[in-house]
Design a protein around this ligand. Structure first.
Ligand code: MN
Length: 511
């Protein structure tokens, strides 16, 4: 216990939040439980495995200091990687935490195999949405991925590229969609460096040079703007910084055919104040003293970005006709730009259950809005259907392929959706690693492995009762029809033999 209590202090001090006694006790128990469960396991880096869930939990806690979620993050790899079962986690920590761990485990089974296959990506996205209806599952998964990305160097190179590509295509956009700017930026830059080291280096050099070149002028500008705002009696904080990270600069350079001088928001002044009216007042004062660049004023307070981002942006000329971007926002908006949905939830919290429901609702709304981003009308229709996908389940093959099935679907439906032949030869199934029957109903996120027999299965009419998809039902009917015909035929032949054989001449019988 001594070892853990010191470890606990370090752990807790990494999360800038005051937990109450009950919460602290929960975190101590989860930390202890995770260390025991992972005892003896090592990471590729040579560290104790438990370092991973602990660091992931710190990452999650830093943007979302909720004890339940942090505890679930500490336990997130136990179900997958150790002898300890989900049932034991449930006994020890209760239903809520067990459900979160289970959700993360299921998300972990989804693999991005072939990014060219749009159908696959669509299914993958649906799968993510369906499985992580609780936004906390996605927060844990993102924290998990961020720590894995930070320690990617210890994996073999081909694996690094695979994970980084998946992060760039799947996880970073999700972090962005949830408004968690801090995670999106870091996930993108870490992945970009792994996927294309050369482009990363070149872009970073460009960014560093530009930053250095403009360092003096931006400091002058900061002084000048501060002086003016103080003279007008405004209360504010001001920071300067690079707005663009390496990957977002790279993407923008592609758009402007590599001309960095066309990108105004590489470096920006950020003015942070207390209230929305003060934001607009400050904008007015700045425009009074500096000529704005036409068409560069953006009011994301009146019209927030789809991910909830709020701020005023403007670009102005200084006395030497250099362009500067200035961002004006309240401290709460600034916080939300870093922490997105996690900040919303945490600060809106008055009644826990109430806010849990509303966050869930807003999470679903977010993701639906994401679906609405699609421009192709066919895709749009498809996305509307997804809106009502409460009656759909997403089931995985052992390789991580996602099968989209109606709820109530059985192992039989699944087998036929994978391959006709698999359906005709199945004799059983493993569902989430446990033996199951072909009549078993499947549930959201189940991983199903069909056990095949060399001989064709004996398909009975019962299969039709259990199958929910028309695809499976049609194939079963086809089999039954042929099979029935076969029996009739065989009976006919038998009768033919019975009746005619004895009367056939000898040489016929020899054949
Ligand atoms: Mn993990």
């Amino acid at each position: 216990m001594q070892r853990n209590s010191t470890g606990m202090k370090t752990f807790l001090s990494s999360i800038p939040h005051q937990f109450n006694k009950d919460e602290e006790r929960l975190l101590v128990r989860a930390l202890d439980f995770a260390r025991k469960a992972h005892e003896g396991q090592k990471r590729k880096s040579g560290e104790e495995f438990a370092m991973h869930p602990e660091n992931a939990a710190i990452i999650v806690g830093q943007i979302f200091p909720d004890a339940t979620t942090i505890a679930a993050t500490l336990l997130h790899d136990i179900n997958e990687d150790t002898e300890v079962s989900l049932g034991e986690i449930k006994n020890e920590f209760g239903e809520e935490i067990a459900k979160l761990v289970d959700g993360v485990t299921k998300l972990g089974k989804v693999r991005l195999r072939n990014s060219k296959d749009t159908n696959y990506i669509e299914n993958l996205r649906k799968m993510f949405i369906a499985t992580s209806e609780d936004v906390r599952v996605m927060l844990i998964k993102l924290g998990d991925r961020l720590h894995n990305m930070r320690t990617l160097e210890f994996l073999p190179e081909d694996k690094q590229v695979k994970i980084a590509t998946e992060t760039l295509e799947m996880y970073a956009p999700i972090a962005g969609r949830l408004g968690i700017g801090a995670w999106k930026d870091e996930l993108e830059d870490l992945s970009f460096e792994t996927v294309d080291a050369k482009a990363f280096k070149e872009t970073k050099k460009l960014l560093d040079e530009e930053f250095e070149r403009r360092d003096r002028s931006i400091k002058d500008m900061q002084k000048e703007v501060s002086r003016i705002l103080r003279a007008e009696g405004m209360k504010f904080d001001m920071i300067t910084g690079r707005v663009k990270r390496v990957y977002s600069l790279y993407k923008k350079l592609e758009k402007y055919s590599g001309d960095i001088s066309k990108i105004y928001d590489l470096i920006a002044l950020r003015v942070i104040t207390k209230s929305t009216p003060e934001c607009y007042a400050i904008l007015g004062i700045i425009h009074k003293h500096f000529q704005p660049v036409p068409g560069r004023v953006k009011d994301f307070i009146a019209t927030p970005k789809p991910n909830g981002y709020q701020s005023l942006h403007t670009s102005v000329f200084d006395k030497d006709k250099r362009v500067f971007e200035i961002q004006i926002r309240t401290d709460l908006m600034d916080e939300e730009a870093e922490r997105g949905i996690a900040a919303h939830w945490f600060y809106a919290e008055s009644d826990k259950n109430d806010s849990l429901e509303s966050t869930r609702a807003s999470w679903m709304k977010e993701l639906r809005a994401w679906q609405d981003d699609v421009t192709n009308p066919e895709e749009y229709l498809e996305s509307l259907k997804i809106d009502f996908f409460r009656d759909r389940i997403f089931v995985l093959t052992p390789k991580g392929d996602v099968k989209d099935l109606p709820s109530g679907a059985s192992v039989i439906d699944f087998a036929f959706s994978v391959h006709t032949d698999l359906g005709y030869h199945m004799m059983g199934a493993k569902i989430n690693g446990k033996m199951g029957k072909i009549y078993d109903e499947l549930h959201q996120g189940d991983v199903v492995e069909i056990i095949k027999n060399k001989k064709p299965a004996t398909i009975s009419r019962d299969w039709l009762e259990v199958a929910k998809t028309s695809h499976a039902r049609n194939l079963i009917r086809r089999y039954l029809n042929e099979h029935d015909k076969g029996i009739v035929q065989r009976i006919r032949e038998l009768r033919l033999q019975d009746i005619k054989m004895p009367s056939l001449p000898k040489f016929f019988r020899k054949k």
